[in-house]
Ligand binder design. Structure first.
Ligand code: ASP
Length: 606
């Protein structure tokens, strides 16, 4: 028979008790973590949100009926105890526990609920399939390591609100049932019952609404907000994720960057006790691509890309020369100590490079004696080789690897190779927070698939002032457009993009031109973003903002392998919630009400 809680109230949290409580009579509530029987004396670690304390049932001291009842307690039963705090007998202290010097001798016990046999133990460092953890998330969350992540997340929310509200930002909610927004991913759609055949889209971000709030003269807006993007979840992504989103009026890049840095500084100080050095470093997009092959470089280590395109133009080795002649890029990495890699390890690197689109990877080992070992050196003249090794700053023991391809491919492949090699060689220093702003992004890039220019950030990002007068020229000649820079900025932390934003277009005439530049026909622009274009006509102030990816920041702060670990109820890689089993089929009547017919293709055998 279970006991009723009645008017039993806790006096303390378990984890709160200290030696100062010795002699006190206390009532505690929580979960029985483990039940140990030492020669008849029962020890239970009682756990609540604040921690654990040991409670004791001693057959020679505990009232008999209480002791008998205690024998029924199993792992994760919910219990209440009343008892006296005492010092643990000398030699039985547990230094690993904050309350390890004390225990509670129980004289009253309530068993409030039982617990089925557990699918896994409630302890840190368990080896359990993630799907099982997610299915039993309520048990998973009882583990201290998970609780700590939620606590930290909570603290980051509070710090964010303190800082932004303290700087005059107004917290405003924007709708979840809305129209398609412009981040460029696939939308999640919600059928509208009252307007059959029509759909709401879940917002990919509050982008349009925050801009409209600026037109609404709100001046400074922020929101901790869910965003939805129906993307393939191959990487560490979630279909719904959280942003710290803000927007400001009458500002330029420096203002947005300064508030962003202030916020990050405040969060790190308040939540982690870390004093970051401001301002953060900055690097242009171009420099980042050239030196690291990516617009989110991890600058905690070197291993920078070296450009040998000029040299490649003059060599006989065809792969290099022809690429260089065709406006491609030939670049390499000097992997220190890489001469020790086995043939198999080099083959693995080549395979890795191919995964990112390389056709092959050339390599040269500089052996201990100084001689070069490589399948390609035979295609080089002596002096070409010495120029090459000089350019690569090669020394004994190095492995030089090269990619020759279209600029985007060379950069992409080497960017990933660089990271892969750094991990393999274990040269990434720990305990560092290397922030880096990336600025001066191109406004547009060429989309091969769609055969048109697309915005690198989003179509509401302002071009640089100096390019504004040349928009007509750029509309006529896409080469000109490809040279345009935008007023966007990203913040990178240890090689991960944690935030991004821009100064927006606030003039309707310029917005229209940029749509034209992007090949978005008038009707399409009107249909999708007409309300924003209209709003810009009614006195839109110059404005700009940024959004931080909160989950990603938390994963970095807590050193979590996946952002799933910092989200209370995340989805799996397949977009499934193992706890609720969403997404799920719905009743026929529900579909009828919505005027929707679903055809499910039977999976074909074989
Ligand atoms: N809405 C943008 C995003 O979600 C951020 C911004 O431009 O403020 O990436």
């Amino acid at each position: 028979m279970l006991d009723r809680l009645g008017d039993f109230k806790r006096d303390y949290y378990c984890g709160e008790l200290t030696e100062n409580n010795i002699g006190d009579e206390v009532r505690l509530l929580g979960w029985a973590e483990s039940v140990r029987d030492h020669g008849g004396v029962l020890f239970i670690n009682l756990r609540d949100i604040e921690g654990v304390v040991q409670v004791v049932f001693d057959p020679s001291l505990t009232p008999k009926e209480v002791y008998e009842k205690a024998k029924k307690i199993r792992s994760e039963y919910v219990i209440g105890v009343k008892g006296r705090v005492q010092r643990r007998p000398a030699g039985t202290e547990n230094p690993k526990l904050r309350t390890g010097n004390i225990e509670v001798a129980v004289d009253e016990l309530k068993i409030l609920n039982t617990c089925d046999v557990l699918p896994f133990q409630i302890e840190d460092n368990i080896k359990v399939h993630e799907e099982t953890r997610l299915k039993f998330r309520y048990l998973d969350l009882r583990r201290r390591s998970m609780l700590n992540k939620l606590l930290l997340r909570h603290e980051v929310y509070q710090a964010t609100r303190e800082y932004l509200a303290g700087n005059g930002f107004l917290e405003v909610e924007t709708p979840m049932l809305t129209k398609s927004t412009p981040e460029g991913a696939r939308d999640f759609l919600v059928p509208a019952r009252l307007e059959k055949g029509k759909f709401y889209a879940l917002p990919q971000s509050p982008q349009l609404f925050k801009q409209i709030l600026m037109v609404g003269a709100i001046e400074r807006y922020f929101q901790i907000v869910k965003c939805f993007r129906d993307e393939d979840l191959r990487k560490d992504r979630q279909p719904e994720f959280t942003q710290i989103d803000f927007e400001m009026s009458f500002v330029d890049e420096e203002d947005v960057i300064s508030i962003s840095e202030g916020l990050i500084h405040y969060i790190f100080k308040k939540v982690m006790g870390i004093e970051l050095k401001l301002p953060f470093r900055r690097m242009t997009y171009e420099e980042a691509m050239n030196r690291y092959g990516t617009d989110k470089p991890d600058v905690r280590y070197g291993l920078e890309l070296k450009d040998i395109t000029d040299l490649a133009k003059q060599v006989e080795f065809k792969v290099f020369r022809e690429t260089a002649e065709k406006e491609g890029l030939v670049k390499g990495l000097n992997i220190k100590g890489g001469a020790e890699f086995s043939r198999k390890e080099i083959d693995d690197l080549t395979e890795y490079a191919k995964k990112f689109g390389a056709k092959g990877m050339a390599w040269i080992k500089v052996q201990e004696g100084g001689e070069l070992q490589s399948p390609i050196t035979k295609f080089f003249k002596e002096e070409e080789l010495s120029k090459l090794t000089e350019k690569m700053e090669a020394e004994k023991g190095d492995l030089l690897v090269f990619i020759a391809d279209k600029p985007e491919t060379t950069h992409r492949v080497l960017g990933f190779l660089r990271k892969h090699v750094a991990e393999k060689l274990n040269i990434i220093p720990e305990g560092r927070w290397d922030f880096l702003w990336i600025t001066d992004f191109p406004l547009v890039e060429w989309d091969e698939e769609e055969q048109r220019l697309v915005a690198l950030h989003h179509p509401f990002t302002s071009p640089k002032e100096e390019d504004l007068d040349r928009i007509d020229e750029a509309i006529a000649d896409k080469k000109v457009a490809l040279g345009f820079k935008s007023r966007a900025y990203d913040l990178v932390l240890n090689g991960e993009e944690i935030g991004g934003g821009s100064i927006r277009i606030h003039r309707p005439d310029i917005q229209q031109k940029v749509f034209e530049l992007l090949g978005i026909p008038d009707e399409e622009a009107r249909e999708k973003f007409g309300f924003l274009i209209d709003a810009l006509k009614y006195g839109a102030p110059p404005h700009g903002g940024l959004a931080f990816g909160l989950d990603r920041i938390l994963a970095l702060l807590t050193d979590s392998e996946s952002i799933r670990d910092v989200i209370a109820f995340p989805k799996t890689q397949k977009g499934i919630c193992p706890l609720t089993e969403a997404p799920d089929y719905v009743k026929e009547e529900q579909l009828e009400e919505l005027g929707i017919e679903v055809e499910i293709e039977e999976e074909k055998e074989g």
